[in-house]
Design a protein around this ligand. Structure first.
Ligand code: FAD
Length: 387
């Protein structure tokens, strides 16, 4: 079985790349096969949600994936309110003042996956191996991929989009710098007493970070990044006690809360692969870089990887094959700066707000208030985050 492109990993990054490369002969090998049927009733929301930047939404629209999603399940973010860890320190960003229709969109993981996989189901020249595991690779004049069930595929280019624990990255011998944050993100959905007014809220708590993201109606999705032991404690609370803890940590901004979903926990780490490409091989998404969710940018970076890799492959000179290193280096060069800049910003914020130094404490809260009072700087920050 020979293909131009094989993709390991059918998460949002791998699936979006398969879609972006439609027209080419593609093998998609995925550990899971998401349901493509419409998601359950209006009251049932996935506790895993993503804040997608307008740039990511534009990309998904071009893939004909965005407009098929049920609009009732998509929530535009019109404002963002971020609180420091001192009284009164806060910054508010507003789509209207920044001159854009929205700052981001909140979408459930399973809604996005269902839309991507439904689109892939209609795609010519795409063969899906799922559920299937990529269990061995060999790089020579092409990439040979051995599946766990014994089948063998061959492709000119293999893309590892198989997540932070990437088998492809390890099997290709690409080292990764990796570090645990010592934090776990606890995620769950709540109904709230007061309207969220399409605002995303965030509280820096001197290390831990609490975010409440707007969902349709009077509902929010929580991402609370806390030390691992505290995450275990939060998970052990009953529904009422957890809702009270979140209400207290969010200073009652949305009134009383009621837990309406399962509670999930995800360990947090930061990771960067030492390179994104080799002859006949490329990495994309969390397989290449993983960051703290405090800025809600990990998947946005991964979707941009798909977008850029798809474009670079489509624009290559006809004499060059997809796995040609010169072509792949173009992709790596184009992505490096954005990835490193986002990584530095997110890690800088995490370190600044996690520091126990009193001086840094004053600096971070003062900086927040100052930025809030400088509309030009604030709007420039907003525009930067829209990509
Ligand atoms: C709490 C939390 C909140 C977040 N919020 C946001 C947010 O608001 N906005 C945002 O942009 N990002 C956010 N992120 C980051 C985002 O979740 C990730 O960046 C994104 O899911 C990575 O997608 P991916 O497709 O690269 O990897 P994954 O989603 O991990 O997918 C990997 C795929 O590879 C498959 N696979 C693994 N091994 C193999 C193998 N050997 N063979 C075949 N298939 C394999 C798996 O089955 C899976 O389908 C958040 C992260 C966390 C932890």
């Amino acid at each position: 079985m020979r293909y131009e492109l094989a993709i390991a990993g059918g998460g949002a990054v791998g699936a979006s790349l398969a879609r972006a490369m439609r027209g080419h002969s593609i093998a998609l090998v995925s550990g899971h096969r998401p349901a493509t049927a419409p998601v359950p009733g209006p009251g049932d929301f996935d506790p895993r949600v993503f804040a997608l930047s307008p740039g990511s939404v534009e990309f998904l629209r071009a893939l004909k994936v965005w407009d098929v999603m049920d609009p009732e399940r998509l929530t535009p973010v019109h404002a963002m309110r971020v609180h420091g860890d001192a009284q009164q320190a806060s910054i508010e960003m507003d789509a209207y003042r920044a001159g854009v229709p929205e700052l981001a969109w909140i979408v459930e993981d399973r809604v996005l996956q269902a839309a991507l996989w439904a689109a892939l189901g209609t795609q010519d020249r795409l063969e899906i191996f799922a559920p299937a595991q990529c269990a061995g690779i060999e790089l020579g004049d092409s990439a040979t991929i051995r599946l766990a069930d014994g089948r063998t595929l061959e492709a000119d280019l293999l893309v590892g989009a198989d997540g932070a624990d990437s088998f492809v990255r390890a099997a290709a011998g690409i080292a990764a710098r990796e570090e645990s944050y010592g934090q776990t993100a606890v995620v769950a959905n709540f109904d709230c007493e007061h309207s969220h007014r399409n605002t995303a809220f965030q509280w820096f708590q001197g290390g831990p970070v609490l975010a409440l993201l707007p969902l349709p109606g009077q509902r929010v999705s929580m991402v609370w990044s806390v030390p691992d032991a505290e995450a275990a404690r939060l998970q052990s609370l009953d529904a009422h006690a957890l809702a009270s803890a979140v209400c207290e940590a969010s200073k009652g901004s949305l009134g009383s809360l009621q837990l309406v979903s399962a509670v999930k926990a995800l360990a947090l780490r930061r990771l960067i692969a030492e390179r994104m490409v080799l002859p006949h091989l490329a990495l994309a998404g969390d397989a290449a870089h993983a960051i703290h969710p405090l800025a809600g940018q990990g998947l946005n970076l991964g979707l941009q990887d798909s977008h850029v890799l798809g474009r670079v492959l489509a624009q290559r000179e006809p004499v060059r094959a997809p796995g040609d290193l010169a072509v792949l280096r173009r992709y790596e060069r184009e992505r490096s700066e954005a990835i490193l800049a986002m990584r530095a910003t997110v890690h800088g914020l995490h370190t600044l707000f996690g520091s126990e130094s009193r001086l840094l404490g004053r600096v971070r809260n003062l900086g927040m208030n100052l930025t809030d009072k400088l509309p030009v700087l604030k709007n420039a920050l907003v525009r930067h985050a829209l990509n």
